[in-house]
Design a protein around this ligand. Structure first.
Ligand code: COA
Length: 339
């Protein structure tokens, strides 16, 4: 889908922020828990460490830090924010953690809600926020991607526990002119037929209520994953959706300044880059330090590369998120930065 047409406003990405927990868990330390080792994990995934929420932090505290840094970079007053979308599959409150973040940020005029699309969540939330700005009377939005998968991992399953970490990242979006539009195009997809490849499912424990009535106890099973199926899905669908987007936007892959993919596995990043002949120095990766932080990976990586000066104003970024659902999507972005 191409956007916008000339008579609608554009969307500028003007700020970013991120936060990770202070507790680091190395591959060697994981080897104390399950039968694995540093070289196997590095070779198969590219991951060396992950950050895990411990006693003194919460997902909400990470989101507030990331959101606040994005607001600061954009140079906004918190009261000027119209919309906050929190993309997460692991809210601190199932009724929604977005409103708590809104309150803590002092964004008193913003409407806030959560959106769930697993590892594609940030991209889905970014596109959603852009629609409010483009079609409605909203001018400023904060989009946060954050997850605490450490709470839902089976720490005795070596096939999955090595992959994930916790974190939060945020971007500040602002209404701008058609000429300055920074969301050049996007495409989002779902395939629920493959939902069993990756799940964080409610358990089906039924407890007796009264007489012959029962109720389902509210609790969730640990993450279940068919790693090989997810891998095959990613290396097939991510290049396909990026190809579609580039062709429909008339953009050559050689014009891409940065490839910013969901950070799931270094082999997936390399395979997608090779498919488009994108040199590996243009592939953003911080997997080795954070692992797969689900909805947080894209804004966490974006913020790191903005703050260390790799991403500059007007850089063209090809991004793609993918994960449970199954869900996936891609967008072509132009980073604006603060004015
Ligand atoms: N340490 C050591 N050995 C391990 C291991 C671990 N942590 N996990 C699995 N193994 C073993 C397996 O038991 C198997 O041994 P066997 O051949 O004796 O049976 C062998 O290593 C190969 O296992 P396999 O599952 O085929 O490995 P793989 O090359 O497919 O790598 C993943 C596994 C999970 C790293 C890989 O499939 C992957 O990254 N998939 C995508 C997952 C993902 O990104 N999920 C999130 C998407 S948002």
């Amino acid at each position: 889908m191409l956007e916008p047409s000339r008579n609608v406003p554009g969307i500028a990405l003007v700020g970013s922020g991120s936060a990770v927990p202070s507790q680091t868990l190395s591959n060697e330390e994981l080897g104390l828990r399950v039968e694995t080792n540093d070289s196997w994990i590095r070779e198969r995934t590219g991951i060396a460490n992950r950050q895990i929420i411990g006693k003194d932090e919460t997902l909400t505290s990470l989101c507030c830090k990331a959101g606040s840094l994005a607001i600061q970079m954009a140079g906004w007053e918190p009261e000027s924010v119209d919309l906050i979308i929190l993309a997460t599959s692991t809210p601190d409150d199932l009724f929604g953690t977005g409103p708590e973040i809104q309150g803590k940020l002092g964004a008193t005029n913003a409407v806030a809600f959560d959106l769930t699309a697993a590892c594609s969540g940030f991209l889905f939330a970014l596109v959603t926020a852009a629609q409010f700005i483009k079609n409605g009377d909203m001018n400023r939005a904060i989009v946060i991607g954050a997850d605490q998968l450490s709470s839902w991992i089976d720490w005795d399953d070596r096939r999955s526990c090595i992959l994930f970490g916790d974190g939060a990242g945020a971007v500040a979006l602002e209404k701008t002119s058609y000429e300055k539009n920074g969301l050049l195009s996007f495409k989002l997809k779902s395939d629920g037929r493959k939902r069993n490849c990756l799940n964080l499912k409610q358990s089906t424990d039924h407890l007796s209520l009264v007489k012959d009535k029962s109720h389902q106890k509210g609790s969730y099973l640990p993450i279940q994953m068919n790693g090989q199926e997810v891998y095959k899905f990613a290396v097939k669908e991510v290049p396909a959706i990026l190809d579609l987007l580039l062709k429909s936007s008339n953009i050559e892959s050689s014009s891409i300044d940065w490839l910013l993919l969901h950070q799931a596995n270094q082999r997936i990043l390399d395979s997608v880059a090779d498919r488009f002949s994108i040199p590996h120095e243009k592939v953003l990766s911080n997997l080795s330090e954070y692992g797969n932080t689900s909805a947080a990976t894209i804004p966490l990586m974006l913020d790191e590369a903005v703050r260390d000066g790799r991403i500059n104003t007007n850089n063209l970024i090809a991004t793609s998120g993918f994960g449970a659902g199954l869900s996936w999507g891609a967008a072509l972005l132009r980073w604006q930065g603060p004015s």
